[in-house]
Design a protein around this ligand. Structure first.
Ligand SMILES: [Zn+2]
Length: 341
């Protein structure tokens, strides 16, 4: 970890500043700290720095469901075959941002996984703090040693160990619904954005009320959904029911077995019509396999509507700038700006 990161961190126990509590020697300002510990300046609770990453998980976090969700993502993200070009394209689309929105900005990747989008922002000239609960962030350790503007933190989205109101942009893509309480995680993350800063979030969607479904923004290549809204709404509802039924047992399986269950779903995902009953329609087999796993395996997985997400933005003091267009399955995504003061 770089010394400058300390200014942006707080303890997850008290929200108080942290100090270095055990270092072999005090490093120079540009030095990387590979191992050591940080202590809460209020209660003295100690947090280790391991492989250059401060491990700032809230004390006493013994929740087995949280641990199993984290383990599921640790398993998954070590297998993802993305390219930097594809990652950037997806990031810009899902964040509803332009490349020029990133340059020179301080950005938090809230739930970074193996850091595909952190790297995309870094490549566009941003300074990035990448945070995750799971061990998938180990994939970023090498890059953080190399890159002066990349920082990696292990932390929990419900108690992010970061100072409030300091980030130009916080994004959390496809993550908050995997915590025990999506709204609570949203509120905690939204506080980290500075006044007039941006917050980009997308969540797993659901059919919801038909009147809400009927006003969902669609991608231009999914116009047919708009022409058959009522049917689309029923398909999404059916898919949700199938998903919940499958997850009743897959979330209890050992991870390797759950991974095996994904193979038949992945084959089905290439068949027109039937593919919408699976959890990934990506053209690449390997990506479909991982996305199916991402769907059936994590313990926590909640679904929301754009109306629900918009109400959280409002409550947290943000103006909605734009909604993410999507296909048949709703993907409530909002880019918002924090109001001044
Ligand atoms: Zn404390």
């Amino acid at each position: 970890m770089k010394i400058k990161l300390l200014d942006w961190l707080v303890s997850p126990c008290c929200g108080a500043p942290l100090r270095f509590s055990s270092l072999d020697q005090m490093p120079g300002s540009a030095a990387d700290i590979e191992t050591g510990a940080l202590a809460c300046s209020t209660c003295g609770h100690d947090y280790p720095i391991v492989r250059g990453v401060p491990r700032l998980l809230p004390p006493g976090q013994g929740d087995a469901k949280v641990a199993s969700t984290a383990a599921s993502f640790s398993y998954e993200w070590s297998r993802y075959p993305g390219t930097p070009e594809e990652d950037e394209r997806i990031f810009l689309e899902e964040s509803q941002l332009k490349p020029e929105d990133l340059k020179g900005k301080l950005i938090l990747d809230a739930g970074c996984g193996m850091g595909r989008y952190s790297m995309a922002c870094l490549n566009r000239g941003a300074e990035v703090v990448a945070m995750d609960l799971s061990m998938s962030l180990e994939r970023l350790v090498e890059a953080a040693r190399r890159e002066p503007n990349l920082h990696v933190v292990q932390g929990d989205l419900h108690k992010p160990p970061l100072r409030k109101g300091i980030f130009d942009l916080v994004y959390s893509h496809g993550v908050l619904h995997h915590t025990s309480d999506t709204r609570k995680a949203f509120m905690a993350v939204s506080e980290l954005v500075k006044p007039e800063g941006l917050l980009s979030v997308w969540l797993y969607g659901m059919a919801g009320k038909y009147e809400e479904f009927a006003t969902n923004p669609l991608r231009t290549d999914r116009a047919w959904v708009g022409e058959h809204r009522r049917l689309a709404w029923m398909i999404v509802g059916l898919r949700h029911f199938i998903s919940d039924s499958i997850r009743l047992f897959t979330t209890r399986l050992p991870l390797a077995v759950a991974y095996a269950v994904c193979y038949p779903l992945t084959v089905l995902g290439a068949i027109p019509g039937l593919k919408y009953l699976t959890f990934s329609v990506h053209p690449k087999f390997k990506v479909r396999l991982i996305e199916n796993f991402d769907w059936i395996s994590p313990h926590f997985q909640f679904h929301h509507t754009k109306e629900e997400l918009a109400s959280w933005y409002e409550e947290a003091g943000f103006d909605v700038l734009s909604y993410l267009p999507h296909g048949l399955v709703p993907k409530p995504g909002i880019l918002g700006r924090r109001r001044r003061g």
